[in-house]
Design a protein around this ligand. Structure first.
Ligand SMILES: [Zn+2]
Length: 284
């Protein structure tokens, strides 16, 4: 979640609407596919005898899915277009404990795989898994070529959705020798987040345990205790009124972890682990 050097960025002047970016196209495209699949199934199924024989089974009441009725907001950290809009993303916003940049570019592997692309891919995978388990999922951005939204808006999306759990997906950019993942949870700040600090702590431990088990990545060697860290400087946490955590999936500047993050199979492993942690919390 660390930003590129300040020299890359400039001071802001753009209006807030620039933070909306080019987001909506992705959502429309994403929604189109399932509709098409459903349409094909409806058109072909009645003509096949086999399908007709199976029909009663399909009409049987569906098994209740484990996350039916739960709302999860996933916040894929940063955005692929942020580097193009330094003025918009450097605009200072109030995160209650301080003024902070609206968003940052995020980090990348040494060979140029960006954190924004990584968090977007993992978040899409996580969305699919949670939806298959019955949850209603909302993302804070709908593509990886837009700008923002600001951290204040990312928190507001979770609040507005009245999410049962919210998770902000990131990867760190630390010294090359540093290893491992960590989870960041909110602290009491004498603000609206205080009432969900306890629940966020439980969510954090559930995701920490599932992430360790599912990915095999070590606890962070350089932040927190047993991969648990508590902060009061993150807008995405300070401004949340629903249980929320950040996960830093590992260190993109470490060669071992960078290679794993580039592998789609490993990203799927991360997404399944995150889903398992969220589910454990949501069913507890
Ligand atoms: Zn980040």
């Amino acid at each position: 979640m660390r930003a590129l050097p300040a020299t890359v960025l400039a001071v802001c002047g753009l209006i807030a609407s620039a933070c909306g970016g080019t987001g909506t196209g992705g959502a429309a495209a994403g929604q189109a596919a399932p509709a098409t699949e459903a349409g094909q199934a409806a058109a072909t199924a009645p003509t096949k005898e086999a399908a007709a024989k199976e029909a009663p089974a399909k009409d049987a009441p569906p098994k209740a899915k484990p996350l039916e009725g739960k709302v999860v907001v996933i916040d894929p950290g940063h955005n692929g277009g942020n580097y193009r809009a330094p003025k918009a993303i450097n605009r200072k916003v109030n995160v209650l404990t301080q003024m902070k940049a609206c968003d940052t570019t995020g980090t990348s592997t040494n060979d140029g795989y960006s954190e924004a692309a990584f968090t977007w891919d993992v978040s899409k995978r996580l969305t699919k898994i949670l939806e298959n388990r019955g949850a209603a999922v909302k993302l804070t951005r709908t593509s990886n070529n837009g700008v923002g939204p600001c951290i204040t808006e990312r928190a507001a999306i979770g609040n507005k959705a009245k999410a049962d759990a919210a998770i902000s997906v990131h990867a760190d950019g630390s010294a090359p020798g540093n290893r491992g993942f960590h989870v960041i949870m909110p602290k009491k700040i004498n603000g609206p987040v205080d009432k969900v600090v306890g629940a966020s702590g439980k969510l954090g431990v559930a995701v920490r345990d599932a992430f360790r088990k599912g990915t095999g990545l070590p606890y962070s060697t350089y932040i927190g205790r047993k991969a648990l860290d508590y902060r009061s400087d993150l807008g995405g946490l300070n401004l949340s009124t629903v249980p929320k955590i950040f996960v830093e999936c590992g260190n993109m500047r470490n060669a071992t972890e960078a290679a794993k993050f580039r592998d789609p199979k490993f990203r799927q492993k991360i997404a399944v682990a995150l889903a398992n942690g969220l589910q454990h919390y949501l069913q507890s």
